[in-house]
Design a protein around this ligand. Structure first.
Ligand SMILES: CC(C)(COP(=O)(O)OP(=O)(O)OC[C@H]1O[C@@H](n2cnc3c(N)ncnc32)[C@H](O)[C@@H]1OP(=O)(O)O)[C@@H](O)C(=O)NCCC(=O)NCCS
Length: 397
């Protein structure tokens, strides 16, 4: 068997998928063959989830039935509220979400039923409940009364209702819904891969979803939208943008919300969001923030070599101001990414199980061989300061 080294697996195809297609050089993203731009303009998160799971757009009756099923699952078992309240208020929302998604399994009698029908029902519960859990935890950490779901609303609308306790406007609901559509799936990204690795061991959907939330948390994956917003607030004003960005670039620092491992052209999700974010910002009195993002884009794209390196704004650059305009705390941004990507994670798990193969790559062993096991009395300890073992131990002391 001949093995190739591919650290980061950037040149490896590890799964077949019918969910989404990316052409990074042309800036194309399709869900099941439908261009992301047309879905962002015309679809809803409920319809997009159906599309990802079924491979076709739903009929009116199918969509109505599916929406109703989702709405009936916005609520969580009353014992889950005790779990929410048991989490320290100081916990980061993504950490809380990881715990809560895992805890859902304890209150689902089908948690370990591997049948396709049960997996489908669990996927629906996971998608319906993730956004509710984010809202419940946010209210808990702020010492506010928890808000029961409104099962007449869309998933986006219900999230805003459970978060704020106020009925959202149509425009606010639509703004969040667009972000949910744009984040629902994205090929074999790190968290989706992690979910497929877990389910491929024939573990359960809740374990796979928990793995995925933990993987999404990292700043190299789902955490960038929060960092974009932190940068904008740090800059503070349009008049300070030029100085801030040019000196950051001179120091060879990265500008958050730019660049992508796969896209070397304009991120197609950012294309639509760029125009859309402007409207949301205008509607909510946040136009100055939006103008700052536009100026940052102008400065970055005018740098020598930037376009040759394939660096363009990515989805996080414009979703950040959209979430902020909706009143979401910065540390909830990645949670909303998770609430949306749950549709993709579960869809990929079901796809993996339909033609399952354990995912088990090799590691290139770089340690020693053939050492003699010494009794304790004869050991001299490790090699001193240069040894990672010594460093680790001194860190503990
Ligand atoms: C997403 C990201 C990790 C992809 O990185 P990658 O494909 O591995 O690309 P590399 O890290 O090899 O960078 C390639 C070159 O582009 C530059 N570059 C990449 N992202 C950059 C950014 N955001 N700002 C400025 N320069 C950037 C690197 O400095 C490097 O330049 P060099 O060749 O002169 O050394 C990277 O673009 C990044 O860190 N972006 C900021 C964080 C972000 O927005 N993440 C969300 C992604 S959806």
């Amino acid at each position: 068997m001949s093995l190739t080294v591919d650290k980061g697996l950037g040149n490896t195809i590890a799964a077949d998928t019918k969910l989404s297609y990316i052409d990074g050089s042309k800036g194309v993203l399709e869900y099941v063959g439908y261009d992301i731009d047309s879905l962002a303009r015309n679809s809803t998160f409920e319809e997009t989830t159906w599309l990802l799971w079924n491979g076709t757009l739903p009929t009116q009756n199918e969509l109505a039935g599916f929406t109703k099923e989702l709405q009936s699952q916005f609520d969580v078992d009353p014992r889950m509220l005790d779990v929410v309240r048991a989490i320290p208020r100081t916990a980061a929302p993504m950490d809380a979400l990881r715990t809560l998604v895992s805890a859902l399994a304890h209150f689902d009698r089908e948690a370990d039923d591997p049948s396709p029908a049960a997996n489908r029902r669990k996927s629906l519960r996971l998608v319906a409940k993730t956004a509710s859990l984010v809202a419940l935890f946010d209210r808990h950490r702020k010492g506010k009364a928890l808000v029961a779901p409104d099962s007449t609303l869309s998933l986006a609308g219900n999230f805003l209702w459970m978060l704020t306790g106020a009925k959202p406007t149509e425009a606010m609901t639509r703004a969040l819904d667009v972000c949910l559509v744009l984040h629902a799936d994205h090929g074999l990204n790190a968290s989706t891969f992690a979910a497929r690795v877990t389910i491929a061991t024939q573990s359960d959907l809740y374990s796979a979803a928990t793995t995925a939330v933990g993987t999404l948390k990292g700043p190299l994956h789902g955490g960038a939208n929060q960092e974009v917003m932190e940068m904008l607030l740090d800059i503070g004003d349009l008049s300070k943008v030029d100085q801030y960005i040019t000196s950051k670039l001179a120091r060879k620092e990265r500008i958050m919300g730019f660049g992508h491992r796969v896209y070397k052209a304009y991120d197609p999700r950012a294309t639509y969001l760029k125009t859309f974010a402007k409207q949301v910002a205008a509607d909510t009195g946040n136009l100055p923030l939006y103008e700052m993002t536009r100026r940052i884009e102008e400065i970055v794209l005018a740098q020598p070599n930037i376009i040759e390196k394939g660096i363009f704004p990515n989805v996080d650059f414009y979703s950040a101001t959209t979430y902020y305009s909706l009143g979401l705390d910065l540390d909830l941004f990645t949670c909303m990414f998770a609430a949306s990507r749950m549709a993709g994670w579960t869809g990929h798990c079901i796809e993996q199980l339909a033609a399952n193969k354990l995912i088990r790559p090799h590691a290139d062993y770089t340690g020693p061989h053939g050492l003699t096991y010494l009794p304790m009395a004869q050991r001299t300890g490790c090699a001193g300061a240069a040894c990672s073992c010594a460093t680790a131990l001194s860190g503990v002391a």
